[in-house]
Write a protein that binds this ligand. Structure first.
Ligand SMILES: [Zn+2]
Length: 347
């Protein structure tokens, strides 16, 4: 475990500030604003009945709404610290999961066992080491109000990433700073870490995880009415993908088309995300562009559309979309059967 006196457990920055609150020391990172207890009191989780708060229907519904499309029929899910299984029950009401597993140490696991397919009572690190949980098994790995209790949250993040399929995602909820908009800090003695959006996203980034949806203000209960919710996935590598735009269903019945607009969007969009073999030619009103080649296809004046008929025209411009639409409707309506805009392929 990283020494909180020396470096930040979230971002790894050296020499955090030390503050004393309620007679106990904690660090505060000047780089990511993460706070961590230095003086820790022991707490018996196994004898503590978790799950009494945060089970309100509107709260679990808000969590499920936030998770959105990351939960889906046929998915496999693992929830660390599933308490009595209230979130699991709500998500399973919405989707027919292939499997929904949980981990819970408190007596609430007996209730959870009736709501989930399986509830473990060992740490995810141990389950992965023993083979009870296989690596790259789950589409969705969840942890709600658990991370702040752990000595080294980085260990759990590493295990969550290991249990997640390469295309999967992670959901985390934790108090946001003090956990209440009017309270500047949280002195819950079982909380060892005090995350904020910057510190949690940086902790995940150190594990190669990209936080793609972050929200504050999630209500757990009256004390923690400001919770931080986050969805993360493995950082995507940069890769051109011609099917990203030319594979759009709007173009499914189109063999070759005319692209209106041979400007910078050719290099910035089409070169990376559009199959040039689908392009018959470009048209552009800028005479300096006419006569040249873009993506190996000729650039012509707009009246070249008159040399054929039944064209599908792709408007390769965001700013001038409406003006080009009007020009096609006025001048080329006999020759053009369909107009599709880049904006439609991006939606
Ligand atoms: Zn930090």
């Amino acid at each position: 475990m990283p020494d909180p006196l020396r470096c930040c457990a979230a971002c790894g920055s050296p020499t955090p500030e030390i503050v004393v609150l309620g007679g106990l020391r904690r660090s505060r990172c000047l780089s990511c604003h993460h706070s961590q207890r230095i003086d820790v009191e022991t707490f018996d989780y196994a004898g503590f009945a978790m799950g009494a708060t945060g089970a309100a229907p509107e709260r679990v519904a808000a969590q499920a709404d936030f998770i959105g499309a990351e939960a889906f029929a046929g998915a496999r899910a693992l929830e660390i610290g599933c308490a009595a299984g209230d979130l699991a029950q709500e998500l399973r009401r919405r989707f027919a999961f292939a499997a929904y597993h949980g981990i819970e140490f408190s007596p609430a696991r007996d209730v959870a066992a009736r709501r989930l397919d399986r509830v473990f009572s060992a740490s995810l690190e141990d389950l992965l080491a023993s083979g009870e949980v296989q690596a790259e098994t789950y589409d969705l790995v969840l942890s709600s109000h658990c991370l702040e209790h752990l000595e080294d949250p980085s260990v759990l993040i590493a295990a969550m990433k290991q249990a997640m399929k390469p295309g999967g995602s992670i959901f985390i909820e934790t108090p946001n700073g003090g956990g209440h908009p009017r309270l500047s800090f949280d002195d819950n003695r079982t909380h060892l870490h005090f995350f904020c959006a910057s510190s949690l996203t940086r902790l995940l980034a150190r594990h190669g995880l990209e936080s793609f949806k972050v929200e504050t203000g999630g209500r757990l209960d009256a004390r923690y009415s400001d919770s931080l919710r986050l969805l993360a996935r493995p950082l995507r590598t940069f890769a051109p993908d011609p099917s990203a735009l030319s594979g759009h269903p709007l173009l499914a019945r189109t063999d070759r088309l005319v692209v209106w607009g041979a400007g910078r969007m050719v290099d910035e969009m089409l070169a990376h995300f559009f199959d040039a073999a689908r392009i018959a030619f470009f048209v552009d009103k800028d005479e300096r562009k006419q006569g040249g080649l873009r993506l190996g296809r000729p650039v012509k004046a707009p009246h070249a559309i008159d040399t054929g008929e039944g064209w599908t025209v792709l408007i390769n411009s965001i700013e001038n979309e409406q003006a080009i639409r009007e020009e096609i409707a006025t001048r080329f309506y006999r020759r053009v059967c369909r107009v599709i805009a880049l904006s439609e392929l991006l939606d």
